[in-house]
Design a protein around this ligand. Structure first.
Ligand SMILES: [Ca+2]
Ligand SMILES: [Ca+2]
Length: 509
């Protein structure tokens, strides 16, 4: 294996809310921040992240009358870029944190899943369905004495195989056909005092690691093996990324009592390192190109140092006999680009692909009037129904995309249908924010998928459009509680803004 990523925290930190223009996002990529004292954006006031010497300090604090703040760093961004590696791999991190009621430092990995994938990618559904492997290399639950699992120098290692069939250690047999006697349950408490007595996670710095191979996943405490289990199926097929965080209370359910410390506490991280025996998959930017009257440019990159990228544009699997990537590619006809990274002493990377399509040509509706056809449905759903198979309670032409003015406040759905006038050829990003689910389509293509029961959240998607009127559809449903629906767009000459009423039209009666 080769060192493919290292951060010794000996340079100014590079952390931003979503990781854009920075090394790390300061939220859990993919959503689901779980700390009681919330994982927050750094500010002058909360001083969450600081480089001190060759360490990163994560500072958790709670001022009276606030919810408290603390920090997490993710190694990948929402677009999938950043540090993620395929097996065989090894992740390690050296840190210390305080053991006190509510403190919950952790170093862990997640498989990448659909993060950064295009919703129209043919593999999207299967990837979403595959589930996720979560390897908690260390979970330190602070506090001391009875009822605290980590008192007296202990910490927890937990592996979760989310949304997967139950994973039976004894079925995963070794080469001799017998259960591997080294395998331990996936939820193990490590007593650090068994390993040289150097002290617990809160007394001194230790290095916590996990090695993931084709067969076994092995956890290390200061290079001692402390737990081994069979490698989960998802870890075999998807790259994994890492998170380092100092949660305080939250979903662990542990009571917070940091009063005597002035409601503040620190975690000090010395380094994080990632090794892999496989080159990281290349990334294509953009991973969905559109051709107008000019060719489009695609850039390829690979985070594994010393690797070379080979690619094909005829849909075939790339090898070292394929074209060598040397400079940005100029592509003038629709194709599927496939790329692989190869490096000496490394296994070939997973293949990345990019779809290059012709920009959508406009529809030619005969005559239109301003506004969209607005159909109102009643029903109780957890996901968007197929409105085409339902009969609307009412139907009218609406000038704006509004959810107010219905008979019901809960358990209803809306379908806005018509055309959107695109001012000029270009690549457009559409956004929906909704509570609960929504979906925006141009023609038959789902551009924004924001489906499912959830609070107000924004999702986006991109499409290449030629100037003119394009079939536009916005689907929405409200379950219970709060409700919201908004749409925005952005393009090369268009800063992000709500879609104005004057570009929406529908067929006249
Ligand atoms: Ca360091
Ligand atoms: Ca709702």
């Amino acid at each position: 294996m080769k060192l493919v990523y290292a951060d010794d925290f000996n340079a100014p930190l590079s952390i931003s809310p979503d990781g854009q223009n920075a090394k790390y996002p300061c939220h859990k990529t993919g959503g689901g921040d779980f700390s009681g004292w919330q994982f927050s954006n750094p500010s002058d006031d909360n001083k969450i992240f600081e480089q001190s010497g060759t360490f990163m300090r994560i500072h958790a604090s709670k001022k009276p009358g606030t919810n408290g703040s603390s920090g997490i760093i993710s190694s990948i961004r929402g677009d999938g870029s950043g540090v993620s590696v395929s097996i065989p791999s090894y992740f390690e991190c050296r840190f210390i944190a305080q053991s006190a009621p509510g403190t919950w430092p952790a170093f862990w990995t997640l498989t990448k899943g659909t993060i950064g994938m295009d919703r129209n990618d043919p593999e999207y559904a299967a990837t979403a369905k595959a589930g996720c492997d979560e390897l908690d290399i260390i979970e330190g639950y602070g506090g001391y004495g009875r009822g605290n699992p980590n008192s007296g120098g202990k910490y927890c290692i937990v592996s979760h195989f989310w949304n997967q069939p139950k994973f039976d250690w004894n079925v995963e047999k070794g080469p001799d056909g017998k259960p591997n006697p080294l395998f331990k349950p996936s939820n193990t408490t490590v007593d650090t005092m068994e390993f040289g007595g150097k002290g617990s996670w809160s007394w001194t710095f230790h290095t916590y690691g996990v090695q993931i191979t084709e067969t076994d996943t092995v956890y290390y405490f200061d290079d001692f093996e402390v737990l081994r289990h069979p490698t989960g199926p998802v870890s075999k097929s998807q790259p994994a990324w890492f998170l380092i965080n100092y949660a305080i209370g939250g979903i662990s359910g542990w009571k917070i009592d940091l009063n005597r410390y002035g409601n503040q506490t620190d975690m000090w991280v010395d380094f994080v390192r990632v090794y892999s025996g496989r080159a990281s998959a290349p990334t294509a930017t953009p991973d969905r190109g559109f051709i107008f009257d000019k060719p489009t440019e695609i850039r390829l990159a690979c985070s594994t140092e010393g690797s070379s990228i080979y690619y094909t544009i005829d849909g075939s699997e790339p090898t070292d006999k394929s074209l060598l990537y040397q400079k940005p590619l100029t592509i003038d006809k629709p194709c599927t680009l496939k790329a692989v990274a190869l490096g000496e002493g490394l296994k070939p990377s997973q293949i990345c692909s990019a779809e290059i399509a012709k920009a959508r040509t406009p529809d030619a509706p005969a005559s239109t009037v301003l506004g969209l056809t607005r159909s109102y449905y009643e029903g109780k759903w957890e996901f968007l129904p197929d409105f085409g198979k339902l009969t609307p309670v009412s139907k009218e032409t609406a000038n704006t995309i509004e959810i107010a003015g219905n008979k019901k406040q809960e358990n209803f759905g809306l379908l806005f249908d018509g055309f959107i006038s695109v001012p000029k050829d270009g690549i457009y990003t559409f956004y929906t924010n909704s509570d609960d689910g929504s979906r925006l389509l141009i023609g038959t293509r789902i551009v924004v998928d924001n489906d499912g029961g959830h609070g107000d959240q924004e999702r986006s998607g991109t499409i290449g459009l030629m100037a003119g009127k394009h079939a536009f559809k916005l689907e929405f449903f409200q379950g219970s509680g709060g409700k919201a629906l908004g749409t925005s767009w952005a393009g090369s000459d268009l800063v992000k803004q709500p879609i104005p009423a004057e570009v929406l039209s529908c067929l006249g009666e």
